[in-house]
Design a protein around this ligand. Structure first.
Ligand SMILES: Cc1cc2nc3c(=O)[nH]c(=O)nc-3n(C[C@H](O)[C@H](O)[C@H](O)COP(=O)(O)OP(=O)(O)OC[C@H]3O[C@@H](n4cnc5c(N)ncnc54)[C@H](O)[C@@H]3O)c2cc1C
Length: 382
């Protein structure tokens, strides 16, 4: 579905969803000269993107082709941020994790070996090197520690805002508060459908191509055109603290061990405004407790490892729902039964925003079929 040749009479590409994934796709499309409309049921960035821990990494992401996909995107982040032309909070400096029990240390060592087999430059470090890396950390007992030196962090809301700014400069239409209730499609030969327009409270929005980057809302919208994009429900909680003076000078992300066997590990990062974001468990852990009491508990646990945080106040943040395809892997590409409908839904969308934006634009504008996306096609659920 190459749109380039028809630019004069085109209705253009409509991107549904202005989270970090839709924003990146729209930005890359506009950069290719495509007429773009972005519609979002709420404010740009207010979905999963603003609830994210926003750690840029390719660590525990197998198999190796999925690791490579994340790694490619990591390497594209500097160029993406540079093109946006404002400070989006992109910071590099690495991530450390460590374990205080022999059993968990063994799992960490196995994980490092697996990541190294994929060529990820993570490595085990001793307690002294760990202490030197970030003197503000108070680690407690360390049985094994790991450093992933190429990991980073970014501020998703700033990325979305910057994309919207660049899009407006390029003449794109941005329609916040326009929840799409259905895709209006017509059936052609051999049962192949084509989306003609999107139904919104502002009226019907016509399209040549529609990109569904509506996060958790993608499943319902795709179903209105007969396309199955099944997802899991994946709630997560990341709390924020009031700003504090800079505590983390080199490292960007810390994964600290559980304080006792009844708890999960706690992870934190300090953003460029000085506030610290704190979550628990893994990147996929399901969490629904967004109470002030739980926020205070997370802060207390983080203070054990980062004592300089002790004067901060914890701000509870409502539960965020990760877009999470049923098998955990991205869903990217045109739907075979609706060839002008492009699906883009993924977990790890903060890490993956640059690669998805650039490659989706290539498929939409040039009609290319990018082979490294073949692992993630929507038809696997057909
Ligand atoms: C707690 C948590 C921690 C995370 N940690 C990380 C991490 O450390 N690293 C990482 O890479 N990723 C992380 N993620 C995942 C990452 O945040 C998401 O993959 C990413 O934000 C998804 O972006 P998106 O644009 O696809 O979706 P969203 O940001 O959810 O955007 C979708 C947009 O679509 C709009 N929309 C939905 N339905 C409709 C409709 N019918 N009509 C119009 N608009 C609609 C919504 O309003 C929303 O603005 C985390 C996520 C969570 C929740």
């Amino acid at each position: 579905m190459a749109v380039q040749a028809r630019r004069d009479e085109e209705r253009g590409v409509v991107v549904v969803g202005a989270g970090i994934v839709g924003a990146s796709i729209a930005y890359h499309l506009a950069g290719r000269g495509v007429r773009v409309t972005v519609v979002d049921g709420a404010a740009p960035g207010s979905g999963a993107s603003s609830h994210s821990f926003a750690w840029i990494n390719a660590g525990a992401k197998g198999p190796s082709y999925y690791h490579d996909f994340n790694r490619r995107s990591m390497e594209m982040w500097d160029r993406f941020a540079l093109g946006l032309g404002v400070d989006v909070g992109l910071r590099w400096g690495g991530k450390v994790s460590w374990e205080a029990t022999t059993e968990r240390a063994r799992l960490l060592e196995e994980w490092v070996q697996r990541a190294q087999r994929w060529g990820y430059p993570t490595r085990l470090v001793g307690p002294r090197e760990l202490a030197d890396l970030e003197p503000s950390l108070s680690t407690g007992p360390v049985v094994a520690a790991e450093l992933s030196p190429i990991d980073g962090q970014v501020e998703p809301q700033r990325v979305v805002d910057a994309c919207m700014l660049r899009l407006r400069e390029r003449g794109a239409s941005i329609l916040p508060g326009a929840r799409v209730s259905a895709l209006s499609s017509v059936r052609g030969e051999k049962g192949v459908r084509r989306v003609e327009s999107l139904v919104t409270p502002l009226g019907e929005v016509p399209c040549d191509v529609v990109v569904l980057a509506a996060g958790t809302g993608t499943t319902d919208l795709a179903s209105t055109a007969g396309v199955d994009v099944p997802q899991q429900v994946s709630p997560g909680v990341v709390v924020r603290t009031s700003p504090v003076p800079r505590l983390m000078h080199k490292l960007q992300v810390v994964y600290a061990p559980p304080l006792d066997s009844a708890q999960d590990e706690v992870h934190f990062r300090q953003t460029s405004d000085g506030s610290v974001q704190i979550g628990e468990g893994t990147q996929e852990s399901l969490r629904r407790d967004d109470s002030k009491c739980h926020a205070d508990d997370l802060l207390a646990r983080a203070v054990c490892y980062l004592p300089g945080l002790s004067g901060a106040m914890a701000d509870p943040v409502p539960v965020g729902y990760r877009p999470m395809p049923l098998d955990g892997y991205p869903v990217l590409g045109f739907a075979p039964s609706v060839p002008n409908l492009y699906v883009a839904v993924t977990h790890s969308g903060v890490t993956l925003a640059p690669v998805i934006g650039e490659l989706a634009a290539m498929e939409i504008v040039d009609g290319a079929r990018v082979e490294i996306l073949d692992h993630y096609r929507p038809e696997r659920f057909a």
